[in-house]
Design a protein around this ligand. Structure first.
Ligand code: ATR
Length: 280
């Protein structure tokens, strides 16, 4: 199987490591190559990948939306989310999928199944590309309410159209309001890049006043323990690290390419070591 990743910059990507483990698990032979391309090289890089008859590839920052015009078909969920992180080649046609949101939810459900219940309230921090995929997937699950907080309130409002649940109450608010109402949530999900290396001390909001036992999840995985997660832990929260989304979106992508099930939990401990050892 010929696989790969397109994005910029991607030289520190852990995806080759993950997919190598999945190939070993499924006893498949193949390669997972990095196709790093700046924007002015995108079209040329893609036509080279087409010529190589690549079987499938991942798409990362900054091309998750820009890739769409180059595809022959879009999965219905990827179309609604408006972003693609996985491309599958079938009969030389490229089909775009989005496994980010569902991968994230799968990871969270594996660790905290009790969160998925009609009496649970969710706070989603951020309204960018990552948040769109996560919000879309959250809306397919049973929750009582989801509140989306963002610095730019209009962008949070733009997410509302993705809600296909008529059971979940969805609202938007500012970070200031979110901070004031923090104790009412059972699950808090941080989806912005705030707190990522090198700005490791930054936090979108403070975690003072969270409810004891709340689950706080951060999709930032560099550093492994973000300032927000550290803060939440000190307030008695249970925490969910960002590397899990990376691992589970890869699991779903690999399954789309190979048609075979893989076990992400089995490689998680070794993956955490990989994350901690990455040099930036
Ligand atoms: P991505 O596709 O990676 O999610 P994005 O679409 O640029 O990236 O969205 C980034 C998210 O991080 C947004 O919610 C953005 O807030 P705005 O919509 O108000 O821009 C948020 N974000 C980025 N930098 C931020 C900062 N310094 N403070 C607060 N929010 C920030």
């Amino acid at each position: 199987m010929k696989l790969g990743l397109i994005g910029y910059p991607i030289q520190h990507s852990l995806s080759p490591w993950i997919h190598k483990q999945f190939m070993q698990q499924t006893e498949m032979t193949g390669t997972y190559q990095l196709y790093e391309a700046e924007q002015n090289q995108l079209a040329e890089q893609l036509s080279q990948m087409k010529a190589e008859r690549i079987n499938g590839f991942n798409v990362t920052v900054p091309y998750k939306q820009m890739i769409i015009p180059y595809l022959d078909e879009l999965d219905v969920h990827a179309e609604q989310i408006g972003a693609v992180n996985t491309v599958v080649q079938r009969d030389n046609r490229w089909i775009g999928y989005n496994t980010d949101g569902l991968g994230y939810i799968t990871a969270l459900k594996t660790k905290y199944p009790e969160l998925f219940s009609r009496d649970k309230r969710v706070l989603l921090l951020g309204a960018g590309g990552a948040s769109r995929g996560i919000f879309y997937a959250l809306c397919q699950e049973p929750f009582e309410a989801i509140n989306i907080a963002n610095r730019t309130l209009d962008r949070a409002d733009e997410l509302l159209i993705l809600n296909h649940s008529n059971q979940i109450k969805v609202t938007t608010c500012t970070y200031e309001d979110a901070e004031k109402s923090l104790s009412q949530y059972d699950l808090i999900i941080q989806t912005t890049s705030v707190g990522m290396k090198p700005n490791v001390n930054a936090q979108v909001i403070s975690m003072n006043n969270v409810k004891r036992g709340v689950v706080v999840s951060d999709i930032v995985y560099q550093p492994f323990l973000t300032s927000l997660l550290d803060d939440a832990k000190q307030q008695g929260a249970r925490i969910h690290h960002g590397h899990e989304m990376l691992l589970y979106q890869a699991k779903l992508a690999f399954q789309l390419w190979s048609g075979k099930q893989v076990n992400a939990e089995k490689i998680e401990v070794a993956f955490m070591e990989q994350i901690k050892n990455v040099r930036n």
